[in-house]
Design a protein around this ligand. Structure first.
Ligand code: ZN
Ligand code: ZN
Ligand code: ZN
Ligand code: ZN
Ligand code: ZN
Length: 167
């Protein structure tokens, strides 16, 4: 449809659209009665659907896990990383539990001990990974003829300095 070159348009003061001048009164009457500018996104929304639009598009949502109200943009982040009720796994026993209980649980759980067959001692679970490295390194070094550089290295240096001081 070709637009006649002499056609004049007016800007509707309600929605900001350019409307053919001969229709502007009619348009404005309809527009101002039925449409409303959304304060959040600026879209023109039918007045009777404005509330629905707000709740479906912009309203904060409540997290289904902790029922806290969060902005919908951060809901996924909240559920994945911040929600106190999100399910996390204990690093010691791999038991799934809500994040809010993890700290207390791991304090207890990490203090349980486990028997280390290499050195014959009971090692706390929270120290196990560090212990295993040390324990394996020193048992290897006892067995092997050449002493690999491990966590013992620091001590060797320490003794060396002490000897130097005594001279
Ligand atoms: Zn309008
Ligand atoms: Zn909106
Ligand atoms: Zn939550
Ligand atoms: Zn645990
Ligand atoms: Zn050990």
């Amino acid at each position: 449809m070709a637009i006649p070159s002499e056609q004049i348009t007016s800007i509707c003061s309600h929605c900001g659209k350019a409307i053919p001048a001969q229709n502007i009164d009619l348009h404005y009457a309809h527009c101002s009665r039925n449409l409303e500018k959304c304060k959040v996104c600026g879209d023109m929304v039918p007045k009777r659907h404005a509330e629905e639009h707000y709740f479906n598009t912009h309203a904060p949502v409540s997290c289904s896990l902790c029922s806290e109200t969060v902005d919908r943009e951060i809901l996924i982040l909240h559920r994945d990383e911040n929600c106190p009720q999100r399910i996390v796994t204990c690093e010691y026993c791999e038991f799934p539990l809500p994040a809010v209980d993890l700290f207390k649980h791991q304090e207890v759980c990490g203090n349980r001990t486990e028997y280390c067959h290499l050195c014959g001692r009971y090692i706390r679970l929270c120290e196990r990974s560090g212990h295993e490295t040390r324990c394996h390194v020193s048992s290897n070094s006892v067995a092997g003829p050449s002493r690999p550089f491990g966590s013992e290295q620091g001590w060797g240096l320490f003794y060396l300095l002490e000897e130097l001081q005594e001279v």
